[in-house]
Design a binder for this molecule. Structure first.
Ligand code: GLA
Length: 784
């Protein structure tokens, strides 16, 4: 709901209020963002900054307002030159480098739903039953410039989105040097900042730090939203208050947090001004990407759940919105570039037999691509590897009752390619300068219409031919040597943003032309996991690293901003290809199950026991898929803490069923009791609680097997291998009937873990990096 009374704007969702007011000078003073204030008789005075006295060494707004110091006001936007010395959200250079700006409210309108915008940027959506929009128009006091601040309130998700638009009403061009999508000024009450940082194979590890006076920047200058620093951030307090911010954008972004000398925190998000400037012609307009804000008093779990609801309902769209995602097999780590039709079909057959629903052919099917040095750009099948073509392979896969998926990396070009020979100037490089290189490849200039048209035609033809049901859209290097031969670009400060707009244009056309195809976005794993890509592609490959331990950190961090339905999670082989760590097959599954499940290993080489384990993993996943992709997810114990344990829970919306992951990093000698305490239950209900039955590889016991075996068993020897192929142990017997209150307040003390002193049917054998999934099922007492 949005209302305006006197000078006060009140934006409220189911559980939150966001308030700001027009000052006597026509600026917008931010007053409050927090729990719902349901009483309509709100007092501006109570929340507004008191300003009856001067502040030493500061600049008052003007002589009529000698005690109005913009630098000590919480504001909805900010400019330079009128006494606010913090970082500004609107920075426009006009007339020989002048930058002083002053925007004053002129008018506003409240609109049902969310009007579509013009900018070519993706954005959230909703109709008038789910959202309302406020548009405030501000005018520069002495220049022909207008600004619109747009707020859309999504009541059902407890989310408010924001964006800013600049209009040049004059006759001269101006240069936009920075335009934040949102600015939020808060009183600094011990807020901690949480960011998600990393690199390839260790994306989005959670980092938290207290905020101190000065400026903290979380950004990307790589050209993509990046694994370095995700655009999603949180501010949180110890008492549970938490504000989350994200950006619907896939390019260079900047989140800036400034603690001012007056104890206020300014948070901004938007396009990164460090790599951006935009020449705005007379009568033209420029719009920022959309920022997404949420508040919860239930900490980061509450704020994350708001984001999850918002993304599932207002970002992801089309056929796959809220739809269960298929279990896939991807041939990449099974074969890398070394495959042929037979190999792939064998993999597909085994997969179908185990219950896998989608076969994905990864890199290496096109041009002369037998390693990563060639052929990007030549999206035609390699007949040596696939004599029946994509159409033939796809037909066979479909005959097995599976969907067929294909990997592409359309934004790239290899020097060794037909495309480069034909169009060398389509590659991003500065004439006369040797370009830098990433993974032996270069980027195509998607800011150019002819490049996009070529890709649209080429990809559409291939995808039609291959009758694809799924596309993995990869992007394996980031930008350097910025230059464009695009005649539209006169100022290269515009390049990064124009590239992103070009990418979105292409994705828009392709996703509309293939409305039923499931798209998965990928960028060397999770180098472009953001809300912009999720507007076109319903899921994202979370990380190339599928190690069961690392994934606890990666999925934990990712889950803070993004729902499980968007997180591609695969079971791969052991030792893991990225870390060489050995982990148990069941442990790998238990972690991967908290996401969109896939397998990425050569299952044709697995032993019978392992195949049976995978068969029952998939059956379990399918039986609980809607819960695992769309349930309410809570992080109970963080990987990113000193704890040796990690606990996650996912609950159905009516809390009748929960799945709880209990994972440990290392096995402890002579361990104490493990406790499972879960608060996200129905307190009035009674639950049956038991672990998912899984196989224990007897190899885990090593030489100890000799204590019970009539024949000697050598570690790594033939006897051990043969026994392990034939026999595996069932996991422990453990079962509780317990009240919701007891689980929430007291917790369940679990069976003892193996501690070197014996073993029986109740013993929990987890080992290093081991884990269990516990099933909580509400009992209907009346029917008993
Ligand atoms: C990237 C992706 C992988 C795989 C390879 C293929 O690294 O993240 O999943 O598709 O490219 O080259």
């Amino acid at each position: 709901m949005i209302s305006k009374k006197d000078r006060l704007f009140n934006l409220s969702t189911k559980h939150t209020s966001y308030l700001f007011a027009i000052t006597e000078t026509g600026h917008l003073e931010h007053l409050y963002y927090g729990r719902l204030l349901s009483n309509p008789t709100l007092s501006i005075d109570a929340l507004a900054e008191k300003r009856s006295l001067n502040i030493g060494t500061s600049t008052a707004y003007d002589s009529d307002n000698p005690t109005l110091y913009l630098t000590n006001l919480c504001m909805e936007y900010s400019t330079m030159g009128k006494g606010d010395y913090r970082e500004c959200s609107v920075n426009i250079e006009y007339s020989r480098g002048m930058q002083t700006l002053d925007f004053i409210v002129k008018s506003f309108r409240i609109l049902p739903g969310k009007p579509r915008t013009f900018s070519g940027l993706p954005e959230s959506y909703g109709d008038k039953s789910t959202c309302t929009t406020l548009e405030i128009t501000l005018k520069e006091t002495s220049l022909p410039l207008r600004m619109a601040l747009t707020y859309t309130v999504f009541e059902d998700s407890d989310v408010i989105t924001r964006r800013a638009t600049i209009y040049n009403d004059g006759t001269n061009s101006v240069r936009i040097k920075g335009l934040a999508s949102a600015q939020l000024d808060l009183d600094a009450d011990d807020w901690n900042l949480v960011t998600f940082d990393g690199a390839w194979a260790r994306e989005r590890y959670m980092n938290e730090r207290p905020m101190l006076p000065g400026i903290y920047i979380n950004d990307s200058k790589t050209g993509v939203s990046s694994a370095d620093h995700n655009p999603c951030i949180f501010l949180k307090k110890d008492d549970g208050e938490c504000i989350g911010m994200n950006l619907v954008y896939s390019g260079n972004h900047r989140e800036l947090v400034e603690v001012s000398p007056y104890g206020k925190i300014r948070v901004m998000t938007g396009i990164n001004p460090a790599t951006f400037s935009w020449d705005l012609s007379p009568q033209d307009r420029f719009q920022s990407p959309e920022a997404v804000l949420t508040y919860s008093h239930q900490g980061m779990n509450g704020a994350s759940q708001n984001f999850h609801h918002f993304i599932n309902n207002h970002i992801v769209r089309g056929t796959w919105k809220l739809r269960e995602r298929p279990v896939l097999i991807n041939n990449w780590e099974a074969t890398y570039f070394n495959f042929n039709e037979d190999k792939l079909l064998n993999l597909a057959k085994e997969s179908a037999d185990l219950g896998i629903e989608l076969f994905v052919l990864d890199d290496g099917w096109f041009g002369l691509r037998n390693d990563d040095t060639t052929s990007l750009g030549d999206w035609t099948v390699n007949p040596k590897k696939l004599p029946s073509g994509l159409a033939g392979l796809s037909l066979e896969v479909h005959r097995l009752g599976m969907m067929f998926g294909l990997w592409v990396e359309p934004e790239m070009v290899s020097i060794e390619s037909q495309l480069y020979k034909k169009h060398p100037d389509w590659m991003i490089a500065i004439p006369g300068r040797r370009p830098s290189v990433g993974r032996n490849q270069y980027i195509l200039d998607l800011s150019r219409q002819e490049v996009r048209d070529h890709l649209f035609k080429n990809l559409s033809e291939t995808w039609h031919l291959a009758d694809v049901n799924y596309i993995k859209w990869d992007m394996n290097r980031v930008f350097s040597d910025i230059y464009s031969a695009n005649a539209e670009i006169r100022n290269h400060g515009e390049f990064f943003h124009r590239y992103v707009l070009g990418l979105y244009d292409l994705l828009d056309r392709l996703t509309k032309a293939f409305p039923n195809v499931l798209f998965e976005s990928c960028a060397s794993g999770g180098n472009r996991f953001d809300l912009g890509m999720l507007c076109y592609m319903s899921q994202t490959w979370t990380s190339d690293n599928t190690d069961a331990l690392c994934r606890l950190y990666i999925q934990e961090g990712t889950s803070c901003g993004y729902p499980l339905s968007t997180m591609g999670s695969h079971v791969s082989t052991s030792p893991n290809h990225q870390t060489l760590r050995r982990t148990d097959l069941e442990a790998r599954f238990n972690v991967a199950a908290f996401g969109v499940l896939g397998y990425e290993l050569d299952i044709t080489k697995l032993k019978g026991q392992q195949k049976e384990a995978i068969r029952s993993q998939i059956a379990f996943y399918k039986a609980h898929r809607s819960l695992l992709q769309y349930g309410n997810f809570t992080r109970i114990k963080l990987a990113n803490s000193h704890s040796n344990q990690v606990v996650w829970a996912v609950a159905s919306h009516d809390k009748s069923e929960l799945l709880v992951l209990f994972a440990q990093k290392l096995n402890l000698p002579n361990p104490g009791a493990d406790k499972l305490r879960v608060e996200a239950v129905d307190l009035n209900a009674v639950y049956e609680v038991f672990p998912r039955q899984q196989k224990i590889d007897i190899k885990m016991f090593g030489d100890l097997l000799n204590r019970v075996s009539p024949v000697p068993i050598t570690e790594g020897g033939l006897a051990q291998d043969t026994i392990s192929k034939a026999i595996s142990l069932e996991s422990e017997i453990e079962h509780y009937r317990v009240s919701g209150e007891q689980v929430a307040y007291g917790g369940i003390k679990l069976n003892q873990q193996f501690g070197g002193t014996g073993y029986d049917a109740m013993t929990r054998v987890l080992g290093d990096f081991g884990n269990r999934i516990y099933i909580f099922k509400k009992i209907n007492l009346e029917s008993k």
